[in-house]
Design a protein around this ligand. Sequence first.
Ligand SMILES: Nc1ncnc2c1ncn2[C@@H]1O[C@H](COP(=O)(O)OP(=O)(O)OP(=O)(O)O)[C@@H](O)[C@H]1O
Ligand SMILES: [Zn+2]
Length: 391
Amino acid sequence: MSYLPRVNKVFPAAGFTHEEIRRYGRHLIMPEVTLEGQQKLKAARVLAVGTGGLGSPLLLYLAAAGVGRLGIVDFDTVDDSNLQRQVLHKTRNIGKPKIESAIEAIQELNPNVEVVPYQTALRSENALEILQDYDVVVDGTDNFPTRYLVNDACVLLGKPNVYGSIFRFEGQATVFWAERGPCYRCLYPEPPDPGMVPSCAEGGVLGVLPGLIGMVQAIETVKLILGLGDPLIGRLLLFDALGMEFREFRLRKDPGCPICGSAPSIQSLVDYEAFCGIGTPAAADDVPEITVQELKRRLDGAVEFDLIDVREPHEVAIAQIPGAKVIPLSQFHQRIHELDSAREVVLFCKLGPRSAKACRLLFDAGFRKVQNLAGGIEAWSLEIDPSVPRY
Ligand SMILES: Nc1ncnc2c1ncn2[C@@H]1O[C@H](COP(=O)(O)OP(=O)(O)OP(=O)(O)O)[C@@H](O)[C@H]1O
Ligand SMILES: [Zn+2]
């Protein structure tokens, strides 16, 4: 038996070419798999949302294992900073859509797999239509609106959602499946405040880490298809790479969960950006911003102001904007007295969220003429001075 009702209906045991029998031989000889299990894999339809750090190992291993149909959703293009961990994508594909690059890698590895590409962002408008054709959905994305969207769509359609997330040296994985256990909203009823959780682009991530978490997701997916072992339903696996420790938390289904509880208040997909407070006036207007073009004009002009770089010294060593004074965010409280509240202050970091925090600290300390550089030193490099390295 598989854990997936549709896969159980498949009637098996033949239909493999000699090439496939040789390819999957190490599966076929395992009594827990056999020809019948391999047929279940071939009949299975798995959707990977995101072809980045988690999606890369996931898709490579699911393709190698012989999952018959892989749906892949991503809107992005391959960036050179992706290659440190997104092993699906190759140097020659920098600048190309990730979907194209993913198809190429999957087909090269296993031409027996049918790849269904969706070169789009998964949104409330298309999620149900895309997800409904799949037996298992795997969330390999990196943002809260998409995580809630994937969760809600899976709950509404009764599908398992194989979840993973990573940051710096730590990762998490579980299987959300409302019919058999908790969902993402049972664990995290409310999204965090925008800007309070740093992204991997700001905080970094050990390149090997998504390899491990994406592979946990791949193993859970294969177990669900084959109906083997104990799925991670109701269990959150936490991995700490530095301590090389795995821990596990029991997760309970929340009877009051707004989507999978006994009296659900959510019965269709909502506006997830608004739910997560992204793009709302409150988040955008929080601190006044200056564009990199305006900053350039100011630096070339006569009016004096203070330009403050709040990045840490190891980042300043990589790239600088000339004329900036460095006060790392980690020392900001103690060193605020080095700044003059009578002068105009422009702050920047790598992308903007940390300098926005520093702006708020200055406002709290009574400063009034404070601005945050939109897009940080990354935007400066892209739009003003390409000789400044991006990292
Ligand atoms: N709503 C969405 N629909 C489709 N793909 C998505 C959605 N949200 C995120 N993704 C994709 O999920 C992947 C997440 O992967 P990951 O965090 O490893 O990469 P990244 O976003 O390229 O990294 P970084 O933010 O550090 O540049 C990305 O390829 C991203 O484009
Ligand atoms: Zn729930």
